[in-house]
Design a protein around this ligand. Structure first.
Ligand SMILES: Cc1cc2nc3c(=O)[nH]c(=O)nc-3n(C[C@H](O)[C@H](O)[C@H](O)COP(=O)(O)OP(=O)(O)OC[C@H]3O[C@@H](n4cnc5c(N)ncnc54)[C@H](O)[C@@H]3O)c2cc1C
Length: 416
């Protein structure tokens, strides 16, 4: 049986796993990336039909990594303004790129375009072995290394790594297998996603509208289309995805209103059940969880992958520094450093998104009054607006070197 040795083995070549390997591309760290679905296949779940909103902060990270420059710009639409409203109530908040003095508050980007840029970069790296399609059948962690067995091309192979990064997504099988404790909150909601053609030009405005069943986002895309993410009661999903296009558009219009004129077309509808998942700790013996394997959040406020990319940026920074100092990347010192850095951000984002869902789906009159006052106050008071802008742009809290445009080297306590 073949046996190969690495500094780092990444399980999952989706957006989080592939981004981590790209972030470490110039460090000389020997890596293997194991992906279950055939490489560059249309079936790759992380690079599916979805379109996600990346924050200004995520753009900075990808820019420093040299990935942003490689993404097909036909698949990217900048967000200049964000309009937040509560259906049937007066609360409204506006955020504008001018308030933050940036080119765009964020970017709506097709997952496939991001995937193509990441995969092409990985294919060009000599010290990264791409093992795909391959499924990990066993993992065993010893004091000095972890051993993974996987099957690829009908052959069993064994890999040894000083550190294993689990980036296999929200339904992570390995997380459970390795004994990580996690908690799940089922929202009993499903996101219906599709592109729609509005009657009016979106003018680069992203709309977040809270409705009694759940939030409805309309994100600007190129070709004058919008990307619709509509969280609905799970009981309504089958009907809403199966009904004829004109009836669906009518129901959507009722919830969204006419700020974008009459919707005339809807693309194919896809459904994603929604839940929050959090682990107690991000690290275990010679193992780290990143991206959705560590935390899955409601898509309201488009925080999920932006949070995952900050995991990636910080883990890459900690590992690059350990490599420079010839430290064992899987040692408890290195992993503790990462754990300490990531805890706060994860708690903040998982708590914030969960709180938003609770507050904005409540039908209790005092809660409705308070949330509308909150929206109006955010629109009026500059301090509140700046706080929300910072969160929206992914710039809350301590920033990684990649987010600050700096190479992955040097001391973590050094701000230069
Ligand atoms: C409707 C919806 C809208 C969203 N919108 C936004 C948004 O606007 N902004 C935002 O930031 N986030 C958004 N998100 C969240 C975002 O999609 C996720 O955070 C992101 O996809 C997570 O990436 P990941 O790489 O961690 O996991 P995944 O995308 O799940 O990738 C996991 C990868 O691991 C592979 N894999 C699985 N098991 C194994 C195994 N055993 N061995 C090897 N490989 C394996 C899979 O094939 C896959 O390639 C949204 C989510 C949803 C559902």
């Amino acid at each position: 049986m073949k046996k190969k040795q690495y500094d780092l083995i990444i399980v999952g070549g989706g957006m989080a796993g592939a981004s981590l390997a790209c972030a470490l591309a110039d460090t000389g760290i020997r890596m293997a990336i194991i992906e279950a679905v055939p490489w560059q296949s249309d079936q790759q779940p992380s690079y599916d039909v979805r379109t996600i909103s990346l924050s200004h902060g995520s753009r900075l990270i990808y820019e420093t990594m040299g990935i942003w420059q490689k993404i097909d710009k036909n698949a990217v639409c900048p967000i200049h303004r964000i309009h937040v409203s509560d259906r049937g109530h007066p609360g409204i908040t506006h955020l504008d790129r001018k308030d933050a003095d940036v080119e765009a508050l964020g970017y709506v980007i097709e997952n496939r375009a991001l995937g193509a840029a990441l995969m092409t970069r990985l294919e060009s790296l000599e010290h990264v072995d791409i093992i795909s399609p391959a499924v990990v059948s066993d993992i065993d962690v010893a004091d000095d290394f972890a051993t993974l067995t996987c099957t690829t091309d009908g052959e069993d192979i064994t890999l040894q790594g000083k550190l294993v990064v689990i980036a296999d997504g929200g339904r992570s099988g390995l997380r459970e297998k390795l004994g990580f404790q996690s908690t799940t909150d089922d929202y009993r909601q499903t996101a219906i996603v599709c592109n729609v053609t509005p009657g009016k030009n979106h003018r680069h405005c992203a709309y977040e509208r809270f409705t009694p069943s759940g939030p409805l986002a309309m994100l600007p895309m190129n070709d004058d289309r919008c990307w619709c993410v509509w969280a609905v009661d799970e009981a309504d999903v089958e009907e809403l995805t199966a009904m004829p296009e004109d009836q669906f558009l009518e129901r959507l219009q009722q919830q969204f209103g006419d700020r974008l004129g009459r919707f005339s077309r809807a693309g194919r509808r896809y459904a994603y059940p929604l839940a929050r998942n959090r682990v107690k700790t991000h690290t275990g013996r010679r193992v780290v969880l990143v991206g959705n394997a560590a935390h899955t959040v409601h898509p309201v406020a488009a925080q999920g992958f932006n949070l995952g990319l900050r995991d990636v940026a910080w883990l890459a920074e900690v590992l690059a520094q350990a490599h420079d100092q010839q430290q064992d990347p899987g040692s408890s010192d290195v992993l503790q450093q990462y754990e300490k850095i990531r805890n706060k951000d994860t708690q903040r984002v998982t708590g914030f998104t969960h709180g938003m869902i609770k507050v904005f789906t409540s039908r209790l009159p005092p809660v409705i009054a308070a949330r509308n006052l909150g929206l109006l106050a955010t629109d009026i008071f500059p301090e509140l607006k700046q706080a929300l802008l910072k969160r929206t742009m992914g710039l809350t809290g301590r920033q990684s070197r990649l987010a600050r445009g700096l190479e992955l080297k040097g001391n973590l306590n050094n701000n230069a």
